[in-house]
Every structure is written in C-alpha cells, then in structure tokens.
Design a protein around this ligand. Structure first.
Ligand SMILES: C[S@@+](CC[C@H](N)C(=O)[O-])C[C@H]1O[C@@H](n2cnc3c(N)ncnc32)[C@H](O)[C@@H]1O
Length: 254
C-alpha cells in the first residue's frame, strides 16, 4: 500500500512562486473551484490558502489510491474543522472529473511522472472537449525532468515542433524540451480536439525545482481566442524561474 506523500520544501517554494504570479496576473476576483491531484497532506491547498483564502471557493482533491484516500480524508477533516477550509476528497481518477458549475476552475495535476508521452494528449483533450477545462480556467501541472526516453527519440517525436520553433541545434532542442515539453503536450491536446482556433492558451510561467529529483511546474491560462504553437511556447519562455539556482529569465528588452 502506498504511504503518506511527502515532498521537498523547494517544491512548495516553486508552487508558491507560480501561484503568486497567477494570483496577480490571471486569477478571477470571485474565487475558483480548485481541483487537485490527491496526495495525503493537501499541502498545495495550504499554499493556496496561505496566498489568499479567497482564491479557492471550494477544493476537491482526487486520489486513486485506497490507503492514501483515507489518509487524505483525515487531513481534509482537520482542515475543515480546525481551519474552516472548504475541501472534499474523492477516491477516483482525476481525468474522470466533470465540470459541474460555471465557476472558474483551477486544476492542479501534480504528477510524479512526465507530462508527455503516453495518453496525456488524449486525456487532456477529453477534458477540453467536454468543456471541463475551458475559457476562464487555469491548468497547473508538474513534470519530471530527470529522465526521458532518449534524446534521439525526443528529437524525432518532436521534429515538427522543433521545426516550428526554429530549433536546429541539439542544445536548442534539449532546452525547448526541458522548459516546454508540457506545453507540447497541451498543444497536442488542443489540436487533437480541433480547439486551437477556439481557445487562447498562454503559459503563465514555468518554475524548476529539485526535491528528491529534478522537476518543473507549469501554469496555463485559458481564454477565448486562438492559440499558435510558437506563441504559446514563447509566452512561457519569458517567464521561467529556476529555484535551484535562484535565477529568473527576464523577457527580452525588460
Ligand atoms: C504528487 S502527489 C500529490 C501531492 C499533493 N499535491 C501535495 O502537495 O500534498 C500525487 C498523488 O496523486 C495520486 N494519483 C496519481 N495519478 C492519479 C490519477 N490519475 N487520478 C487520481 N489520483 C492519482 C497518487 O497516488 C499521489 O498520491
């Protein structure tokens, strides 16, 4: 049985930085329905509450593991009773969630693996197709940076994307993959559902951190409009932060 979830302080520093940027630039004044990927301690919810309790009007944490679900239920009970935080825990599959209200949603897919490869374009595509994720919402995702299926496979899989970005050298391609592979996945999901002409997606920022392994966290806003792949990648390119080195990348000319 899976045990309690525990992550490094750098993870929460990274999340804090990104959510603070989101809160200042994008967050809706009336609060959000916060839908998050499980764990037992609901630390991400504590961070959101710390920045501003009104950012989340209600929270739902979805955990697939039986044991972790029960541990999370106890944490949620404590948060409700001792700190008046509105939170529910559900045992199930994150991508089975379906939107029930028009309230702006903030999704946090707090993965331990890589947000690329596999079925993520299809899973996220379904979220977009049934309007669970859409205009006025935000999608935040973590992705593992420590391993990949081999650079040759990365280069051939994303050949078209690297071409559009004008990345010809191996080092430029590696850089784009490391800083933007979740953006590639998200754009694939939009294209799979034929929605790149109907939604304007921008990358609010990307923050790298190292806990037990190297990770990144990305945030995306969704509005009415049209998304061009290169604009989407470059929107995040200007807003990168590396917690490990304390380095921010400023937009050109700023
Ligand atoms: C990284 S942890 C979440 C930690 C939490 N955000 C925190 O900061 O305290 C991810 C959790 O999601 C669960 N999980 C992974 N994939 C899932 C899925 N597709 N649906 C529901 N739960 C999932 C895992 O069992 C794990 O407990």
């Amino acid at each position: 049985m899976a045990g309690r979830t525990a992550y490094s302080p750098t993870k929460y520093a990274a999340l804090n930085l990104l959510l603070a940027r989101w809160a200042r630039k994008v967050a809706a004044p009336g609060g959000h329905r916060y839908v998050t990927l499980g764990g037992t301690e609901l630390k991400d919810l504590s961070i959101l509450t710390f920045i501003d309790r009104e950012l989340a009007s209600g929270a739902l944490s979805i955990e697939c593991d039986d044991g972790r679900f029960w541990m999370a239920s106890e944490t949620a009970k404590r948060l409700r009773e001792d700190h008046q935080v509105s939170v529910e825990v559900l045992q199930g599959e994150f991508f089975e969630y379906r939107r029930e209200s028009d309230e702006p949603h903030l999704f946090f897919l707090d993965l331990e693996g890589i947000f690329a490869w596999g079925r993520y374009p299809q899973l996220l595509g379904r979220f977009l197709a049934n309007a669970t994720l859409g205009e006025g919402d935000t999608f935040v995702v973590t992705s593992y940076l420590g391993r990949h299926p081999g650079w040759q496979r990365v280069f051939s899989t994303y050949e078209a994307q690297f071409g559009m970005l004008g990345a010809s050298s191996e080092s430029a391609k590696r850089d784009y993959y490391k800083w933007a592979h979740p953006t590639f996945t998200l754009f694939q999901a939009l294209e799979t559902e034929g929605l790149s002409g109907e939604l304007l997606v921008c990358c609010i920022g990307c923050v790298w951190y190292r806990g037990t392994s190297p990770m990144g966290v990305w945030a995306y806003s969704f509005d009415e409009g049209r998304t061009r792949f290169t604009d989407l990648v470059h929107s995040g390119w200007s807003n990168r932060f590396d917690v490990n080195r304390g380095l921010v990348s400023y937009p050109a000319g700023a």
